[in-house]
Design a protein. Sequence first.
Length: 194
Amino acid sequence: MRRETNRDRILNASVDLFNQSGTVAVTTNHIAKHLGISPGNLYFHFSNKEEIVRELYQRMCQETYVVWSDKSGGNPRSPEEFVEQAFGVFYKYRFFHREMYHLRRSDPALTNNWKKHLAKAQRLMLLQYSHWVRQGAMKPVRDKRELQFIADTVLITSNAFLNFFESEQKPARNKSLRAGIEYVLKLLKPYQVH
């Protein structure tokens, strides 16, 4: 296991602070103070907060792709395992799901990355569904529009669920996470092989 670098520490602390207080309220000075480092040390690694946000977005995307890639060695993940693991990533980076509209409006580079990620996530969802059909967990769906509807509904619901139950006064908790997992699994239930 590799040693955590200052860059890693900055990114990890940023996730915690952004989840807790939001990206607007947290400055690079807050992050540096939280870590007990000088702002200059932070700026050695990142020119500004936008660079931190972009790098965190790339990390979130990569962690999401690991869940979608189904490299579990042997048996493919069940729909239940897949949804739980995906929600784990969503919860870890929940500030993105809460603030993505604002972040995209203020950063064209992030908007571009978001569009690419969304297109890839839709393709991966369809691929994941075909894995479940082959493993006998889901019913085949012949109508491409219906299959696209399933993928879109699962993605939209998963991305929006924690945001729906979270406010500044009441952050998302494990109870919200469980509710989101159960809700998405109910969306998939009519398509499951019983």
